[in-house]
Ligand binder design. Sequence first.
Ligand SMILES: [Zn+2]
Length: 422
Amino acid sequence: MNPILFRGASLWDGSGAPAFPADVLIEGDRIKSIARAPEKLSADGATVIEARGRTLMPGLVEGHAHISFGGAVNDSDLGNIPPEEHVLLTVRNAKTLLDHGFTSAYSAATSKLRLDVVIRNAVNAGQFPGPRIRAASPEITVTGGLGDERKAHMYYESFGLIADGPEEIRKAVRLCCREGVDNVKLNISGDDLSPAAHGGLTVMREDEIQLAVSVARDFGKKVNCHARAAESVKRAVRCGIDVIYHCESADEEALDMLESVKDKVFVGPAIGIIYSTLYEGEPWGFMRDSKVGRMMQRTIDTTAAVYTELRKRGVRILIGGDYGFAQSPQGDNARDLKHFVDLLGFSPNEALQCGTRVGGQVMGMGNELGQVKEGYIADLLLVDGDPLKDLDLVVRQKNLHVIMKEGSLYKDSSATVPANVA
Ligand SMILES: [Zn+2]
């Protein structure tokens, strides 16, 4: 692989510092050297990409990916797809994520046991384009919890993996580990659109969570959870869960508990789906002036209050808004950056760090991914314009002038080098 020199970029490196003019040299899959202007790097032997002041930044990390979700209107649609179509959908979604600048994806859950694992392996083997993936298990849930779509006397495929009591939970987690997941997902809370258990309920017992975490640890896996209610957040923290999603009903005690483990835990509001259901969901029957609309508005309000507090307390926050439903399609994932600013009070620089540097950490690669630093993996975007002034720029695919993953040019609109789609 030839060295590649980005010449004359405005470099936003993911550290939180303002952007500065720089040259950046890539060699192999790594960032070899960075020269801050007026210093320059020699182009000797390198292919040159003239950045002309465009913004060079780390590739985005989707922190709550559902690569196997696509076009669902109701939760029940998530599991109601034959495996053959489901594989193809997942392959397409992985490409869509990379096309939109996501060079890494931390999966929150898959909707069939092996989908994330299979696409992760295929991408790693160079068979299909996609982000670097940490593959999740299906949502392990209890009877009546989010993800149990069954009805008595009716056959139905649920997207969740249903397990009750320590013995079944132990077996479910071991099964997911055997099949090669990187992260195990537990649904501790219900959900507002779930038939039997709404989001204020905590339906997975603490002994079940404890055992799931301990079995996952035996296999060296991380654990994610769906936790909306305050009690769910507390159980998650007490049991040592790594990534706690939603948390919008966290009370003072839950906030204190999250703060006490802020160097170990990650949280993510998954606000995109809530926003799109409230403001853009009418074509799919989600009327703003309805019970669902009022629930979504309440979730946005409580999320804003809780995440303002979590941000001030230094808890690490991930972007990723449950993209993959009809009203919030895959490819729109970077809209979360703007939601963080417009709804949750982040500065654009803080929001972008959630989507890059913090993302590198949740991938378990914080010392080599998510920032533009010498020695780090060369996952880079060259963006037309300044995303710190207008975050919409990174939402629209056409503004991503260059997408580089591991030092390879996946997309190169500068036309100095043929695009490498491998
Ligand atoms: Zn989710």
